[in-house]
Write a protein that binds this ligand. Sequence first.
Ligand code: HPA
Length: 267
Amino acid sequence: MSRNADELAGLIRNRAGDEPPALGLILGSGLGNLANEIDGVSVEYSDLPGFPHAGVSGHSPKLVIGMLEGTRVAALGGRAHYYESGRADAMRLPLEVLKALGADRIFLTNAAGSMRPDIPPGDLMLLTDHIDFSGRNPLIGEPSDARFVPLADAYDPGMRTDLLAAAAEEGIKLGQGVYAWFSGPSFETPAEIRAARTLGADAVGMSTVPEAILSRFLGLKVAAVSVITNMAAGLSDEAISHEHTKAMAPLGAAKLERILRRYLSSS
Ligand code: HPA
């Protein structure tokens, strides 16, 4: 872990106290509001040197650390995407800081397009696995042998079981499937979506996979949930846009918040 991550963790502890968070949360497009539900201290990314500027509208660039349903959590209200900088490891420092603070689990969220008619817009999908269609990897250039990260069961089976149980207890349908990472920022073509579907993907998006790989590299357990904002390109008559993503995300976000609260209250 970099010296910088330890220093930043120290700065955050000075403001928020020493108690380690049990869980780190990364909030996707249109899902940043969840950070406001946490009873704690917030630190702007601009006070954390090396943190991304998180320049995507629909993201709020702050870290909030505090209690949610009796569990100490640290939430990142905004993420950096590969398409902003060309750096697949753009979220490495924030993840290292979550680890340095003491988190051992990471919960990733994103907005995504669905390829499954049975998981329509407004629904949620728990990631069981991913396919990296971007051809990028956040560990390129990492010199240590730790870079050879095994990714079978990258999405932690225990966390998945607990999240499915939390969803069932809340009476919320939580689909399951494979997330395909395309680099963006342009949306996919209908032909790319047909290809991804044929190859086994269920939802598509522009994030999460680099963070899942980095988290596993850091030894953190990972779970991820997609909030479905649209059917992927070519699968519906509805036009796909970032505006639409931001408008639709709160629909699923309300359900996601209930599942997360239930998960935290029993973990
Ligand atoms: N494709 C990629 N990213 C997305 C989509 C999509 O259809 N919807 C929300 N984020």
